[in-house]
Design a protein around this ligand. Structure first.
Ligand code: FE
Length: 238
């Protein structure tokens, strides 16, 4: 198996949301696809370990919010690296309630689809829900959608463990030994143990006031992972 081939499959990035009896749940997904045209149907893949799965099953509905290319790492971190069982991810986030009852995140999103579940396909680790579109809307037609490759290459994000496209970093290094780069020789890179984000000293973290060329060791003590908010001590040297 060539792990790197998986990186050549294209995806977008979305927030999938659902609601049951006032309990809101949502998560970041790259696996959301239109699978039929008439009527429009969408398929999503949800981990069995994901809190949202029960909410989707009980409500028989889900929404898909298409993330803007410039979506903040804060929003991705909030929905992608926390569980709806422990926090209300919708606190401080703008959303509307769809016809199906599912919430639809509208912050940093450019389009949305509200879907009623018609079928589910149970796999070993994930469930594929197929939903008929009830309604949709375009929030901002002038903006581009965020792709998974942009998230990985530019935002340095990686898929969390529950994602259908999760790749064990250990396996990746066995398959393709990491080549020593100029960046690494001018400072070690560190990765977040919780979300996998890699801090690259050559790039710094300009969104959070860290200029390019700042070594990990020189980051302020209160600096936290731009994706999941983990502390510096939760990072490991690569
Ligand atoms: Fe992190």
């Amino acid at each position: 198996m060539n792990i790197k081939a998986f990186f050549k499959v294209s995806y977008g990035l979305y927030i999938i949301s659902a609601q049951h009896k006032g309990k809101l749940a949502g998560y970041i997904a790259n696996t959301a696809f239109q699978v039929t045209a008439d009527p429009p149907r969408f398929a999503i893949s949800c981990s069995k370990d994901n809190y949202s799965i029960d909410i989707i099953r009980k409500s028989n509905a889900f929404s898909i919010s298409v993330l803007d290319k410039n979506t903040s790492t804060e929003l991705i971190g909030k929905f992608g690296y926390n569980s709806s069982s422990s926090i209300n991810k919708f606190d401080g986030v703008n959303y509307i309630i769809a016809e199906s009852g599912a919430p639809i995140v509208t912050d940093e999103c450019i389009a949305w689809f509200d879907c009623q579940v018609e079928q589910e396909v149970v796999l070993n680790s994930h469930v594929i829900f197929i939903g008929k579109m009830v309604k949709n809307d375009l929030i901002d037609g002038s903006k581009e959608p965020l792709t998974y490759s942009h998230y990985r290459d530019v935002k340095k994000g990686v898929a969390p463990k529950n994602a259908p496209t999760y790749i064990d970093k250990g396996k990746l290094s066995e398959e393709a030994p990491v080549v020593q780069t100029e960046t690494q020789s001018s400072g070690s890179s560190y990765s977040c143990d919780l979300c996998g984000y890699e801090y690259d000293p050559a790039e710094g973290d300009p969104d959070n006031g860290i200029p390019p060329g700042t070594l990990f060791e020189d980051l302020p003590d209160d600096w936290t992972c731009p994706i999941c908010d983990a502390e510096k001590e939760d990072f490991s040297k690569q």
